[in-house]
Structures are given as structure tokens and as C-alpha cells.
Design a binder for this molecule. Structure first.
Ligand code: BGC
Length: 775
């Protein structure tokens, strides 16, 4: 864990240049607008530790699978999030020296990510090896108003000399992915063009044929006035730049304003790309940097208006939640239904693909409560559109009759993941996709979704489970062999309790949903029977037989569900007894040792109890929590948030807070020693859930909001806004009371600590704080 970034309510602040942590700071300071984004890299040359990263949404490369030993059923490729043309580059030459913080003495360094207004700022004084000193101030943004563009204000002031300064703003398309299976480059150049203080490069991805035009246009101000300058075009392979040499005088500031655009063939025809890029660039350059910055701040203000969570009395916690909400908004805006939420967003290449079970299990609740209903609906439809591919995917593995296995990792519906223990075995992901349909309908009341789309997905998933289980003559029950549960620290286990539980739940939910559709829309139901070739009587009877006869491993003696058949054979030690030097175990231990240990990566049995909490009483939760949590290392970012919510339910405020804190500050403090590759975007929605579902105790039951909030020890209050159906509420909890404001929508009834509270439109209702004290 690191502690070098300053605590601040609205900003991430690095004071003094922490070279050794530069890649971590780059991840944390990433900028994005849902359409494009990049890491917090420097504009000028930097030969020190850095991970360059620029990304364009939806643009990927199918990197041929690389494995030691090919197994039938492996996917052909792993879709790589593509590192794209670097548009932020500005090379700075001072007389004959290059400005490079790796070889300069650096003073007064400050890097600030301003989350309130959505920009990244950096300032420092650099003493070059030859003794010349310059002051730099750089500010840049990825516009959320014009989301195919960005802009940079780059100011340089000589401090102790008069002389020549050469600035070369450029676009470099000669980019290599750090994550490339065969060490290849994924981009070919199509064309490039330069004009005075302007340049364009069109690149094309190998195999997938995506085209991206990146353009730049710049202006220079010297001592406050627009400068006249000569610009020397530089064209190299996959590179365009313009070199400008200026006579600089000590104490006089030179400002270069660079506007850039990134247009992809996902949104423009290939023929239109270049002309559209030129027009786009002209339009944003005409706005000027100050207006772009102002519009950015205004649009962020409107986002914060609906998304912000305000915490009084704990700056670190406040910074944490705002950072999480900020990054989620930078990653996915919900405006383009073709996109999804990659675990690293625009902050790194790791993980590839864009869609994991993370979207359904963790992100949907965030979008349900903070965005238009259409956003989460689109996320569900994304999977509905990929049903055909999920059926093909299952067929490749030997399943039949419309059984669907959704991929572990995907860009377009095809499986990308190629480790057998995950691709073939981590099948619980199918359950989360069905659960999200339930979650969405429960939250929104949009029952029509079932008939229109949901039921087809549920049927494909149910058919998969029905074929994936087998009858055990020995147990006289159904079992599920050879799986990997959410805990990836054990593979190929039999009867993972969570997977068995969610599989049976999917079968029940399908039967229940089919009955609903049959009753509400018989015409559509008949259509579905034909479309899916459903032999209702026979198939449903089989599903029901599985529901009635599934085996769930359990220890009656310990009073806990067993993560899998062999869990109790393990040496049952505790995380607290692990030496600190052994952690994180995934970086310190051999994989073999991890697999045989009892240490759990992330919530597994507890993930099931969290999803299906109404099926279990509090004592069951407590016993399982007390057994599993002390053996959980939380080395998946998705882990602490679930534990925070469960601890809250158990009345353990301190642990709930501790897990919240860990989740919220995971990247800011580099908790798991893995932020340098990028931030953990999907778990950020989990952080949000820790507050809403954990501290706020919010649940939706029978179309009604239920709340049972408490304030963590060191907070004075916290408040959050939620959208629920036609209402928007602001819910503030202090140590004394819960204050609910019905900001928009009709009167509604909210259940607070078990009592019904009527809140008229526009009204504010105060309820006494009544935290349930659980023994
Ligand atoms: C977790 C998975 C998750 C993936 C992407 C892995 O470390 O174990 O559950 O889907 O990261 O976030």
C-alpha cells in the first residue's frame, strides 16, 4: 500500500515527482470520455518508467491465441484493447537539449487530476543537465462535450536564459501494445497529411480493419499574444508533426494550445473520416481552450449533480468515492449501446476485451440508480444481441439445443479467454447475466423486458445449466463437476456451492418468467416456443427435476455451505497468520501453492449469499461470513465491496467501513500492488454499492425502496442521490436522522427501518436514525 497522493475532496494530487510510482500515478490520472481516453502520461519526452496508453472505444485487435498446449474449444484469439495513436505528444528542445524529466532535476512538481471539472494539470521547474531552467505548466482534457476530441494547454517559461526553444507537437501512430502475444504491432498506416500547424494520420488495425484518424491543430502565444511562427512539417512512418522554433526570453511565457481529434470508423464511414476530422478540429479549435474548459466544467457539474456522494468528516473517504464515480463516468456514458465497461476502462491494456461478468454483477446497480433506465436496458440488450454467439460458444464445447454459454471475456460475443480453467470452467458468469435481468426488472418494474428480450437469454442459460449438471447415481442427486467459482484461487473443483446455487436459481427464474410471459403475452410466448424450439413440458419437467434434486455441499457441523466438495480437506489457516511479506499471495507464491491453500481471492459462497440474501437468515450469513472472510485475501478488486455490504448487514460498522475504504482507495493507495497496469474500473461500481447498499442499506422489494442507513463512526453524514422509476431522491444520513428529499416525481412511499414513510413530491421527510443493533 502506498500513501504518496494527497487527500483532497475533489482532486488527486501528487506533490513532488515520485518517479518510482510514475506508472501508478499515470493510471490514477487517466482521462476519458466514454469514447476515447488515455493514461496520465507526460506530453513531453520521458525516458523513465512509463506506460504509454491511448485508447479508442470499441477498437480492438484479435490477437492470435498463444498457449503452450492447444486444447479443443479454446478461442482463436484474445481481443486486445488497442493502444492507439498518441495524440498528446509535444517534444520540447531547449537549444540542443531535450526536456525529459528523467534526466532533469525536477523541482516544485505537482500533478493534479481535477475530478470536479474533468482535467489533468501538471506543473514543475526543470533544471536541464546543461543548467538551463524552465517552468512548465500543462493542462489537458478529453472533452465530454465533443467526445471525439481533446485539448492541451502547454506553457513553458525559461527562467535563467534567453535562447531557442523548439516545440514539436506530434501524433505518433507507431504504437505497440505492451500486451501483444507475438510481439507484433497492430496498426498499419493508411495515409497522413500535414498543413500549417496541423496534421492528420489515418491508421488501420490489422485483421479487424478499424480505421482511426487522429488529427492535431495548434496555435502558439508568446507573452500573451498570438505568435507568428514558421512550422516545419515532419512526416515519418506512422508519424506526423510540426516543428516550431521560437526565440524565447527569460521570464516570458510561451503557450502552445494543441487541439486533437480521434475519429473512428465505428462512428464514421471510412471515406468521411478525414474530412470529418478536419471539420471537427476546425470547430473545436474555433471554440478555443478556455471555452472548451468551461464547457467541460459545466458538463461535469451536471453529472455531479446527479451522481455525487457527499461525505462529511472524512476527506480520504470522500476523495475515494468521487474518484470511483469519476472514473466510472469517464469509462462508460451509456450513450452508445455497442460499448460496454472494460475492467480497466481507458486506463490500461490489461484484461483485454471489454465485457466480463463484472458488468452484470457489479456495474448494473450503479447505472440503474444513477442513469436513465435506457442505459442499463442497453447493457442487457448488448447480451441479448450476443445470444447467438453464446449458443455457438456452447456448441463448440459440445452443448446442444440452444444452450448458451456467455463468454468470460468478450468484445463481440465471441469468447476470448483461453485458460481452460476459466474459459471452460468459470461458468458462473452465465448466472450473473440472468441475475442482472432480474435485478433490472426488480428495480425498474419494466416487466415488458422479459417478453421482449429477457426470456430468450434466460432460456439459453437454463438449457446450458441443465446440460452442464449430471445425475450422480452415488448421491442420487444432480452434481456439477469441474468448475471454477468466483474464487479463481482454486480450479476444477466439484460442486462449487455458488455455481450450483445460481444454476438452480436460473432454472427457477426461467420457469417463473416463462409463466409470466405466457400469461401476459400469449402471442409472444407462442412465437418464442417456435423460435427456440422449446418442448415446454419435457424441458421444464427436467429443469424442475434438477431444481428439486440438486446437491449443495454443506457442513452441518460448522453450519456453513462448502465452497466446494473438497474445501474442508484443505489446511484451514487464516489470513491474519500469513506473514505480511507473503502478500499479495498472487505475487509471492507459486500458483500450485495458491491452488492448494484455503485462501480465497474474492467472495464466493458469500457472493451467493449477497445475491440471494432473502433466502438466508442472518445467522446463516454470520456463520458463513465468519468462516470465509478470515480466509479471504481480497486480491480481486471485486471482493472488498461485497464484504462491506455483508458486514453492514451484520451490523459490523467498523469492518463495513474498512472494506469500503479499501475498495474506494484501492487504486489511489495501490492497495494490491497492481495499479500500474491500470485502474480497477468495474469494482468502482462495487465501491458505490458499499455506500448505497452497505451504509445506506438500500434494497428494492416489491417495487418499493427500503432503507436502513447508518453513519460510519468517523463520518458526520453522507448523502447520495438515486433515481428510482419516476422519482429522484436525495438521501442524507447523519448520526441523528435520515433526511429524504423527493426531488422529482410523484409522492412515494419509502420503507425506512421497517416503517412506511410517505413523501410527497418536493417534500423533505426526516426520520430518526435507528440503526439496528444486531447482537
Ligand atoms: C476476477 C474476476 C473478474 C476479472 C476482471 C479477476 O481478477 O477474479 O472475477 O471478472 O478480474 O475484473
Amino acid at each position: 500500500m502506498k500513501n504518496y497522493l494527497k487527500h483532497d475532496e475533489w482532486c488527486i494530487i501528487e506533490e513532488g515527482f515520485n518517479r518510482e510510482f510514475n506508472e501508478i500515478t499515470e493510471s490514477v490520472c487517466s482521462l476519458g470520455n466514454g469514447r476515447m481516453g488515455q493514461r496520465g502520461n507526460f506530453e513531453e519526452t520521458f525516458t523513465g518508467k512509463t506506460l504509454q496508453g491511448n485508447y479508442v472505444a470499441g477498437v480492438y485487435y484479435p490477437d492470435k491465441t498463444r498457449v503452450g498446449w492447444w486444447k479443443n474449444g479454446y478461442p482463436e484469439y484474445f481481443a486486445k484493447v488497442l493502444n492507439a495513436a498518441n495524440w498528446i505528444g509535444i517534444n520540447v528542445e531547449i537549444e540542443d537539449e531535450t526536456l525529459d524529466l528523467n534526466i532533469c532535476e525536477v523541482h516544485e512538481f505537482r500533478r493534479v487530476l481535477n475530478m470536479k471539472e474533468g482535467y489533468l494539470e501538471r506543473s514543475f521547474v526543470a533544471a536541464l543537465p546543461g543548467g538551463k531552467q524552465v517552468k512548465i505548466f500543462a493542462k489537458r482534457l478529453n472533452s465530454i462535450v465533443d467526445d471525439e476530441s481533446g485539448a492541451i494547454h502547454y506553457a513553458i517559461t525559461p527562467l535563467n536564459f534567453d535562447g531557442k526553444i523548439t516545440l514539436t507537437p506530434y501524433i505518433d501512430g507507431d504504437i505497440k501494445n505492451k500486451d501483444a502475444n507475438y510481439d507484433e504491432k497492430f496498426w498499419d498506416e493508411v495515409q497522413k497529411e500535414t498543413a500549417f500547424a496541423e496534421g492528420y494520420i489515418e491508421m488501420e488495425t490489422k485483421k479487424t480493419g478499424f480505421h482511426v484518424v487522429t488529427g492535431q491543430k495548434f496555435e502558439i502565444f508568446q507573452n500573451g499574444t498570438l505568435a507568428n511562427f514558421q512550422s516545419l512539417p515532419i512526416k515519418k512512418e506512422k508519424y506526423v508533426g510540426s516543428q516550431v522554433t521560437l526565440e524565447a526570453r527569460s521570464g516570458e511565457e510561451i503557450v502552445l494550445i494543441k487541439y486533437a481529434v480521434n475519429l473512428s470508423s465505428e462512428n464514421h464511414t471510412k471515406e468521411d473520416l478525414l474530412p470529418n476530422a478536419k471539420a471537427y478540429l476546425k470547430r473545436i479549435a474555433a471554440k478555443g481552450f478556455d471555452l472548451i474548459l468551461k464547457e467541460q466544467a459545466e458538463k461535469w457539474a451536471s453529472k455531479w449533480q446527479v451522481n455525487d456522494i457527499v461525505i462529511e468528516g472524512d476527506v480520504a473517504a470522500q476523495q475515494g468515492i468521487r474518484f470511483n464515480i469519476f472514473q466510472l463516468n469517464q469509462t462508460y456514458t451509456g450513450e452508445d449501446a455497442r460499448l460496454n465497461i472494460g475492467p480497466k476502462g481507458f486506463t490500461g491494456e490489461k484484461y483485454g476485451g471489454s465485457t466480463y461478468w463484472d458488468t452484470e454483477a457489479y456495474c448494473i446497480p450503479f447505472y440503474l440508480a444513477t442513469a436513465d433506465q435506457q442505459v442499463s436496458r442497453n447493457l442487457l440488450i448488448y447480451r441479448w444481441k450476443q445470444l447467438g454467439k453464446a449458443i455457438e460458444n456452447a456448441e463448440k464445447l459440445g452443448f446442444r439445443n440452444g444452450a448458451a454459454l456467455y463468454p468470460m471475456v468478450t468484445m463481440n460475443g465471441e469468447e476470448c479467454h483461453n485458460e481452460w480453467e476459466i474459459t471452460f470452467e468459470e461458468i458462473h458468469r452465465n448466472g450473473a447475466i440472468a441475475y442482472a435481468i432480474y435485478d433490472y426488472i426488480n428495480y425498474t418494474g419494466d416487466e415488458a423486458y422479459l417478453a421482449e428480450y429477457g426470456i430468450e437469454v434466460l432460456l439459453g442459460i437454463a438449457r446450458f445449466w441443465a446440460q452442464r449438471v449430471n445425475w450422480s447415481e452415488y448421491r442420487k442427486q444432480y452434481v456439477m463437476l469441474g468448475v471454477t467459482g468466483p474464487n479463481e484461487y482454486e480450479n476444477n473443483v466439484n460442486n462449487n456451492w455458488y455455481t450450483n446455487y445460481i444454476a438452480v436459481w436460473c432454472l427457477k427464474y426461467l420457469i417463473e418468467s416463462a409463466e409470466k410471459v405466457k400469461a401476459s403475452d400469449p402471442g409472444r410466448y407462442a412465437e418464442l416456443l417456435a423460435l427456440t424450439n422449446l418442448n415446454e413440458e419435457e424441458e421444464f419437467a427436467h429443469f424442475q427435476h434438477i431444481i428439486d434434486n440438486m446437491y449443495f455441499p454443506e457442513s452441518k457441523e460448522l453450519g456453513v455451505f462448502l465452497q466446494q466438495d473438497g474445501f474442508l480437506d484443505k489446511e484451514l489457516t487464516l489470513v491474519k497468520d500469513l506473514p505480511e511479506s507473503d502478500r499479495p499471495i498472487n505475487q509471492k507464491w507459486s500458483w500450485d501453492r495458491i491452488l492448494r491453500s484455503c485462501f480465497i481471492k474474492q467472495a464466493d459462497v458469500l457472493q451467493g449469499i449477497y445475491f440471494f440474501e432473502d433466502d438466508f437468515d442472518l445467522e446463516t450469513l454470520r456463520r458463513n461470513y465468519d468462516f470465509y472472510e478470515p480466509r479471504t485475501v481480497h486480491e480481486s478488486s471485486l471482493s472488498p465491496c461485497v464484504h462491506s455490504i455483508l458486514a453492514a448487514k451484520l451490523g459490523d460498522k467498523a469492518r463495513s467501513y474498512e472494506f469500503y475504504h479499501r475498495s474506494a482507495r484501492l487504486d489511489i493507495d495501490d492497495y494490491n500492488n497492481d495499479t500500474e497496469d491500470g485502474c480497477h474500473i468495474t469494482s468502482m461500481a462495487g465501491t458505490w454499492m458499499s455506500i448505497i447498499k452497505g451504509f445506506g442499506g438500500m434494497r428494492i422489494k416489491n417495487g418499493k425502496i427500503h432503507l436502513s442507513p447508518f453513519v460510519p463512526e468517523n463520518w458526520q453524514s453522507f448523502s447520495f442521490k438515486i433515481r428510482f422509476r419516476t422519482n429522484t431522491l436525495n438521501i442524507k444520513t447523519t448520526a441523528q436522522e435520515v433526511i429524504i428529499e423527493n426531488l422529482a416525481g410523484d409522492a412515494l412511499s419509502v420503507n425506512v427501518y421497517g416503517d412506511e414513510v410517505q413523501i410527497k413530491s418536493g417534500e423533505i421527510v426526516t426520520v430518526n436514525q435507528k440503526t439496528l443493533v444486531l447482537a
